[in-house]
Design a protein around this ligand. Sequence first.
Ligand SMILES: NC(=O)c1ccc[n+]([C@@H]2O[C@H](COP(=O)([O-])OP(=O)(O)OC[C@H]3O[C@@H](n4cnc5c(N)ncnc54)[C@H](O)[C@@H]3O)[C@@H](O)[C@H]2O)c1
Length: 282
Amino acid sequence: MSIERLGIVGSGIMGAGIAEVAAKAGIDVVLRSRKQDTAEAMVATLEASLAKQVAKGRLEEQAAKAALARVSAHHELHALSECDLVIESVIEDLDVKKELFARISDVVSGTAIIASNTSTLPIVELAAVVENPERVCGIHFFNPAPMMSLVEVIRPLTASDATIAAAAEFAQTCEKTPVEVQDRAGFIVNALLFPYLNNAVRMLEYGTASRDDIDTAMKGGCNFPMGPLALLDLVGLDTSLSILDALYDEFRDPNYAAMPSLRRLVAAGHLGRKTGRGFYTY
Ligand SMILES: NC(=O)c1ccc[n+]([C@@H]2O[C@H](COP(=O)([O-])OP(=O)(O)OC[C@H]3O[C@@H](n4cnc5c(N)ncnc54)[C@H](O)[C@@H]3O)[C@@H](O)[C@H]2O)c1
């Protein structure tokens, strides 16, 4: 099954990035946000991003216009009714996602695939609330979606082979490299990455080194493009905390137990780049 019309639910960092990737790959994109003005703001952001790429000579003007023309903004879930694939990318909260999956299942056709872009949550619990659980999987893009080449395709116990194959093919159409992984918290990347990020916060809390020296060390010593504390700010500290909590819930590994200072920053509303303040100020 090839994906010609993609629905995206959620207008945050990831929803916007996935919309750009898919529209540039020639797929029609239906953006759905709870409010019409946020959905339209996403289209405006996409237009600005495409214009920047044209100005830098990375994208033909015609291709930018064509990509933009493929995207429409809506606030009603019913707008998703003709989508072949819907990717949910809202806040990392299982109850919110479950409620949304049940509602999406009511509006899409019996052949549509419903996927989550969750970083850690159990896909099978989302499959359990829809009409066709065999058509549910995880399609996990990385941040920033237009730049990162990987997509994790997550196979819950309930998914059919056809669903997993269609998800992998969709990732390839988006010019991404898919990897398949079983439905375990954190999948491949976050299960391996988050103990490292959490231990960087621990090191900062213990006063072993300063914020800047921790980030400089991991860039210069491991050739990583950014340090762990800057990466946490990019991911979003609320999202990072939810990821660690989900990993800890599943595995009870102390490396996944979120450091108190991360929890306090989130409680203070300092969520990283998206709010202008996290470990760094923007
Ligand atoms: N940030 C990352 O680096 C990253 C990477 C890969 C996957 N993800 C996953 O993508 C998803 C979205 O993350 P994001 O970084 O775009 O988050 P974000 O904070 O930028 O956006 C969250 C979106 O959820 C919406 N939302 C909040 N509460 C809601 C509710 N009760 N009902 C419906 N919508 C609600 C918000 O309006 C917003 O559009 C999460 O599942 C996250 O784990 C995030």
